[in-house]
Design a protein around this ligand. Sequence first.
Ligand SMILES: [Zn+2]
Length: 139
Amino acid sequence: MFASIIKCGDCGRTMAIKRDYNKTMDVEYLYYICRTYRVYGKDKCKSHSIRVEELESIVLKQINDYIHKMKLVIYDYHNNSDVNLLNNKINQLKMEQDKIFSLKQNIYEDWKLNDLAREDYLRFRDAYIEKESELVKKN
Ligand SMILES: [Zn+2]
């Protein structure tokens, strides 16, 4: 899902997918690993390996949390005329959105994602701008 857009935080190259077959369990695991590490070995970079499912569930959880909060703000917007309070909430969400999409949270450690769920981002940015302009009109 993210292989071409995830970059190694150390060397900046995109991550490669690595398959690992566990004979005892008879299951196959997919990992992202640094492409430099894969090609040139541990002298050039660290593996930075992470399970594909693990990364995807982290990212999806963050997006879902964000969507949930965005919905609450939109709900408030329709039911609450306190423009300042709403502006504060929207600003908080915007900060959170920036955080998600610049992915500076610890959980990602040395990971960098680019263009993550770009459509989602654009959709929420548009929704935000729309709400913002409505709020300005109200003032
Ligand atoms: Zn690397």
